[in-house]
Design a protein around this ligand. Structure first.
Ligand code: BES
Ligand code: MN
Ligand code: ZN
Length: 499
């Protein structure tokens, strides 16, 4: 997707999007345009045919009054509530609406309020990212070309001062790169699980090394994992014929003496629940159980593409969780890489088992910080719905940085509690700990999962439970259903804070 700056009012594009606040009189940049259009925009408002609600759209035709044939009115809602999210969704809504009508280029008339409130750079970043994310479609398996939307080119911009234009364009280039990384992650998640196996995930990482030689990729095979004692990954993999992989991605963009920060991502390429099998309803969505790992992969790729001067290690334990004849059982005891033993009560609490090995592995780097992303619990969906990822950790300062990175990125996260009471709930009679609480009556499933992970940390650590945010089957006007790309931008913003 390209971004250019040109005078969209004087040039021809598929459509020009203009953005309107509820009830407000037309801002200067729109008044001139409306005059050229014979008052068409004012008329749409005055008739109340267009009510300027958030993400409301209306397509108008310019009848030869402008070189561009179409004007797309996009509502912004109340001016007082304008922020980066409102702006992102409005631009995304416009891009997706045009693309689904097979109109593949758009100019946008930048509202002066956006520049004033967000600055030119963030206005550009947010707009280009939003358009890139909105125009994504997973069409690989569509044979009916009528159902495939053409690629979208987000083009020109009008209504910018020369000084702002430069910053807008720089921001937009970064936003387009972020969207590309998110869409890369979405492709991995949307791919059917018979294809997106641990082997395919590992190959994807190796391909990143080919594209960005600064990213060094090592894949630990089953034999090496056995030698090291990664009983978590190996235990979970027992019920599957697909070999597990432990993917290590190392990017040194700064002197090694500066230390490293580790990203860990859950890479369950399909979670049937294992012998503690899940109900059939929505089990298909468990192909998305690798989206923590994919987000880590996408973030490392983006950080390398943008040449950030930081050191980042990505760790992705990858396996299926199936119920084949040699599957691990409730009652089994696994030994994680750090030597701790885990009694299995429920084979569906598998994510924490593979993360136990990955967090133990992270310690070898003596990292400054470690953050893990995992579609870990249904309980976090109950608590926070699809609105926020749950944030847990052991270091207030690091948690503060994660919160601030999330706010910059528009990846919404909410702090969740973690204390010794949750740790007490996972004590075992026969092993060091067990992988779930004994009964459902305990509640707090997202916190007990986090308490489990905490047992494998010896460094400043944050855990993001992204089970509610990593994908959605509810279509929105600014994003299509399926994997969302959640977490990629957050990790990128976090990495900027490592500089
Ligand atoms: N991958 C699931 C979590 C999940 C469930 C994500 C639904 C998104 C939607 C995870 O492996 C899991 O099954 N967790 C169990 C844990 C329980 C057995 C303690 C859960 O949340 O039910
Ligand atoms: Mn599970
Ligand atoms: Zn899972």
């Amino acid at each position: 997707m390209q971004v250019n700056i040109f005078d969209a009012i004087k040039s021809k594009t598929g459509a020009m999007a203009v953005f309107l606040f509820k009830g407000a009189s037309l801002p200067t940049e729109l008044r001139a345009l409306d005059k050229q259009l014979g008052g068409m925009i004012e008329m749409a408002r005055r008739t109340a045919d267009f009510k300027e609600e958030k993400n409301e759209i209306m397509l108008l035709y310019t009848g030869g009054l402008l070189p561009t044939p179409r004007i797309l009115l996009v509502g912004l809602g109340e001016a007082g509530k304008f922020d980066a999210t409102v702006w992102a969704r409005a631009v995304g809504t416009a891009a997706a609406a045009l693309q689904s009508r097979k109109i593949c280029e758009m100019a946008i008339l930048i509202p002066a309020v956006a520049i004033k409130k967000l600055g030119a750079s963030r206005t550009g970043l947010t707009a280009a990212k939003a358009a890139g994310v909105a125009a994504y479609q997973f069409s690989k398996y569509k044979t009916d070309q009528e159902a495939v939307f053409p690629p979208f080119n987000f083009f020109g911009v009008a209504g910018l001062a020369a000084r702002d234009a430069k910053n807008f364009l720089a921001g937009a280039a970064e936003g387009a790169a972020i969207a590309a990384a998110m869409n890369f992650v979405r492709d991995l998640g949307n791919t059917p699980p018979m294809e997106m196996t641990p082997t395919a995930l590992a190959q994807t990482a190796k391909n990143i090394q080919k594209e960005f030689p600064k990213v060094k990729v090592t894949v630990l095979e089953k034999a090496e994992m056995k030698k090291l004692g990664m009983g978590g990954v190996l235990g979970v993999s027992l019920g599957s014929n697909e070999p597990p992989k432990f993917i290590v991605m190392e990017y040194f963009g700064a002197a090694r003496a500066r230390g490293v920060n580790v990203f860990v991502g859950k890479g369950i390429t399909f979670d049937s629940g294992g012998l503690s099998i899940k109900p059939a309803d929505r089990m298909d969505e468990m192909k998305f159980d690798m989206l923590g790992g994919a987000a880590v992969m996408g973030a490392v790729r983006l950080i390398a593409a943008q040449k950030l001067p930081v050191n980042v290690i990505g760790l992705i334990p990858a396996t299926e969780n199936l119920s084949g004849g040699s599957a691990y059982r409730p009652g089994d005891i696994l030994r994680a890489l750090n030597g701790k033993t885990i009694e299995i009560l429920n084979t569906d609490a598998e994510g924490r088992l593979i993360l136990a090995d990955a967090l133990s592995y992270a310690a070898k780097y003596k990292p400054k910080t470690v953050i893990d992303l995992a579609t870990l619990t249904g309980a976090i969906v109950v608590a926070l719905s699809d609105q926020y990822a749950g944030l847990f950790g052991n270091d207030e300062k690091f948690l503060g940085r994660v919160l601030s990175a999330g706010a910059s990125a528009g990846d919404a996260v909410w702090p969740m509690p973690l204390n010794e009471q949750f740790t007490n709930l996972i004590k075992s009679e026969v092993a060091d700990m067990r992988n779930t609480t004994a009964g459902k009556s305990e509640g707090g499933g997202a916190s007990t999962a986090a308490a489990f992970l905490k047992e494998f940390t010896s460094f400043p650590w944050a855990h993001l439970d992204i089970a509610g945010t990593a994908w959605s089957m509810k279509p929105q006007s600014w994003i299509r259903v399926g994997a969302s790309g959640f977490g990629v931008h957050l990790l990128y913003e976090l990495a900027k804070r490592f500089v």
